[in-house]
Design a protein around this ligand. Structure first.
Ligand code: ADP
Ligand code: ZN
Ligand code: ZN
Length: 726
């Protein structure tokens, strides 16, 4: 017996490696331990070839097979292969990046079995034989009696006390380990707590249901509070009742707890695996295994969970599909939203993309009829918030706050309602400037300004982490006339305290929410009406439901209006729509005040009318005329080095090698990146684009090996397909 296996390994070489393996357990999708040079590496079997290009005497033997069954099925591998090809990233690196970390380590032994069951002794155990205070033990006994074969994940889910109780049970010989139960039986449709759907919601659910069993992308377009979540839950109920697993992708870990409790409350019988980056490795691996085995019927997760193996996958939902956190920003730079669509089409299942402000790429697909558009036109409870511009040419803002905004906050305080002031920058002021010589607080290692944090008297770089004391005099001319310019959250907070000394003001930004559990506690205070004014950054924009919040003021929107990034308008519109969505839930209609120098700008006009369609169409027309995505497909070759010349030199060589390929793909000149220096390294980039996605793919696959030839250059490089940041 002398079989061959082809193994994906996490090494930066875009190829697979062949080994001999005599173990019959070596099936495609199982992990193996193999020798690699002088190391031992864990890899995944992706093929069992008949022959190898490696000479017979060079073929090495597998050290051991680590799984008794395949971790990944053909369908899972197919998605990974697509991703590797599309993002021009080595398959081994892709495979290993998407496996839970605990399964990538050699030391891993499955410590906990799939499930537990009571021994004879355990069955005979009487509840009053347990110590009176041992509540967790009692609960565990109850669980084991309810469910003869209790999955280990159910114990993990019940909390640490139950885990402790399990140890006691093991020591006493009351439980024994057993195999995990086979896939759960399909569960019943939702119990009575689901509200009656509106006609818009009902037709959306109907369209999704009609698509079960085949591939179809559906765009659920509805402003905050229009009932998208409710549509997801109903569609999920139907998919579950037909025996499908559901994959629900969400952008941020900060939001998952709310949605998680909603899902668990709605489907109390169903095992839900929540997957996000905040999990411990062991926990993540367990939940992943529960999904893979078919035990967990719902996977609720962030970006990476798009790769979770799901044997009975029947429906994919991507909430806030426009959110940029679906795109991985380094290494394997994939878009989870785009891969979710690919996965749906490979698996022949429908995918629902939900948003108030879909990505223009997505919206164009809906306009062209490739995606089915499901509009939710109205808010369920409160009316849409009224959006007004405050014309800063007519009135002056002091410390960022206009008299109109101050007046509106005062009214809300008198009525015991909450207000929120949104500003896109943390710290006190974005820069410190010398009044005599014009010195500015530049970061020495980045093309960026040091932000003044007055509270702790520091100057900080938000890009590289540089942190220094605030100088008492100008480092250049010695003058003491140093002044903070512009606004950050701290400065606005201070101004609010001056205007409203009696008010309870809460600042919410990365600095105040850093301590673990700080943010949930703050959210609780807001919901309990223990706060009058919230001042904060993006964190506040995302789908939080604050029922007493009635006024939103936006302080520095203009700073995002003019930018050389062609996606700036799209992002600003989405951000402001999301921020506006915080106002007026419960039964109060809300008000939004956007302070601006340019109240007539078309973006603000569309925002006031809350007319996403008009905004999107005008943007798409501009993009088409200018030759920007989604009308062309782009890839960005990024390089960084100690000095700019090296980075540019690498890119120039790359551009020359592209010429030889004669591909019809436009190759632009290498240029310094928008942020040319970061953390002491110089960055440059080279853009390639073409209207044909197919042409881009074949070009990139031919180009990449040529880039690798230059790997001896001192430049670090990476390819970003469909880049979002420039
Ligand atoms: P979105 O996800 O679009 O922001 P939600 O689904 O969270 O909107 O709905 C907003 C609010 O309206 C929630 O409090 C939800 O419970 C409620 N809701 C949604 N659909 C209905 C309905 N058909 N009847 C009554 N209340 C509903
Ligand atoms: Zn000076
Ligand atoms: Zn810096």
């Amino acid at each position: 017996m002398n079989r061959l296996i082809r193994v994906a390994l996490d090494v930066p070489v875009p190829r697979l490696f062949d080994y001999r393996c005599d173990d019959v357990a070596a099936v495609i999708g199982a992990r193996v331990l193999v020798p690699f040079g002088r190391q031992r590496l864990i890899g995944l079997i992706v093929a069992q070839p008949e022959t190898s290009d490696v000479p017979e005497n060079k073929l090495r033997h597998t050290l051991s097979v680590l799984d008794r069954e395949a971790l990944l099925q053909q369908a899972d591998l197919k998605l990974l292969e697509f991703a590797s090809d599309y993002y021009v990233h080595p398959l081994g690196a892709v495979v290993m990046a998407t496996l839970p970390a605990a399964l990538r380590r050699i030391s891993i032994r499955s410590k906990s079995p799939g499930a537990w069951t009571l021994t004879e002794e355990g069955k005979a155990l009487r509840e009053d034989a347990l110590p009176p205070r041992a509540r967790a033990q009692r609960r565990l006994l109850g669980l084991l009696r309810e469910q003869a074969v209790l999955p280990h994940t159910a114990i993990t889910a019940a909390g640490t006390a139950t885990g402790q109780a399990l140890k006691v049970f093991i020591a006493e010989g009351w439980v024994t380990a057993t195999e995990a139960p086979p896939g759960e039986v399909p569960v019943a449709p939702p119990p009575g707590i689901a509200p009656q759907l509106t006609p818009d919601q009902a037709s959306a659910v109907e369209a999704i249901t009609a698509a079960l069993g085949r591939y179809q992308s559906l765009l659920l377009l509805g402003i905050t509070g229009s009932g998208k979540t409710e549509v997801y839950l109903h569609a999920m109920a139907i998919a579950l009742s037909r025996g499908h697993q559901v994959l629900l992708l969400v952008p941020e870990i900060a939001l998952t707890p709310q949605l998680e409790s909603l899902v668990i409350a709605r489907f109390p019988e169903v095992m839900v695996s929540t997957l996000h980056s905040g999990l411990a490795d062991g926990e993540r691996a367990e939940r992943w295994q529960a999904a893979r085995s078919g035990q967990a019927r719902i996977v609720l997760g962030t970006r990476l969970s798009v790769f979770t193996p799901l044997p009975d996958l029947g429906l994919i939902i991507v909430d806030e599909e426009h959110d940029s956190s679906f795109k991985q920003g380094e290494g394997f730079r994939y878009s989870a939203r785009d891969l979710a669509v690919v996965r749906a089409s490979q698996a022949n299942v429908p995918i629902v993309l939900g948003s108030a402000t879909p990505a223009l790429e997505t919206y164009r697909n809906a306009l062209d009829g490739r995606y089915q558009l499901l509009p939710l036109k109205n808010r369920i409870q409160a009316a849409l918030p009224a959006i007004h511009c405050v014309d800063l040419r007519q009135q002056k803002a002091e410390d960022g706050l206009s008299p109109t905004l101050i007046g509106a906050i005062r009214e809300r305080i008198a009525r015991h309602e909450q207000s929120m002031v949104f500003i896109n920058r943390r710290g006190y002021a974005p820069v410190l400037i010398c009044g005599s010589c014009g010195w500015m607080s530049d970061c020495e290692r980045c093309s960026a300004k040091l932000v003044l944090h007055l509270r702790d008297r520091r100057l900080r770089c938000h890009h590289c982490g540089h942190d220094s004391a605030v100088p008492t005099a100008c480092p250049d001319c010695g003058d003491a006339d140093l002044a903070p310019v512009g606004q950050g959250t701290q400065r606005v907070e201070e101004a609010l305290i001056r205007h409203f000394p009696q008010a309870r003001i809460l600042r919410i930004d990365r600095d105040t929410t850093r301590p673990k559990d700080a943010w949930p506690a703050m959210r609780e205070r807001i919901r309990e009406r223990d706060v009058d004014i919230l001042v904060g950054t993006q964190i506040l924009a995302k789908g939080h439901d604050f029922p007493h919040l009635n006024l939103v003021g936006v302080v520095n929107a203009d700073s995002m209006l003019y930018s050389n990034d062609f996606r700036a308008s799209e992002r600003l519109y989405a951000l402001l729509t999301q921020v506006a969505g915080r106002a007026g839930r419960g039964n109060l209609p809300g008000m939004v005040l956007v302070q601006t120098q340019f109240p007539d700008h078309p973006l603000y006009a569309a925002l006031r009318d809350q007319d996403f369609d008009a905004f999107a169409r005008s943007q798409l027309t501009e993009r088409q005329q200018a030759g920007f995505p989604p009308y062309v497909h782009q890839a960005l070759l990024r390089a960084e080095a100690r000095d700019l010349k090296t980075a540019l030199g690498f890119l120039e060589q790359a551009a020359r090698s592209a010429e030889g390929l004669n591909s019809g793909v436009a190759v632009f000149d290498p240029v310094p990146a928008n942020m040319m220096r970061r953390a002491g390294r110089e960055r440059a980039q080279l853009l390639v684009q073409t209207p044909s996605r197919g042409a881009l793919r074949s070009f990139l696959n031919a180009w990449r090996p040529l880039l690798a030839e230059g790997e001896s250059t001192p430049a670090r490089w990476s390819l970003d397909v469909d880049p979002l940041d420039f």
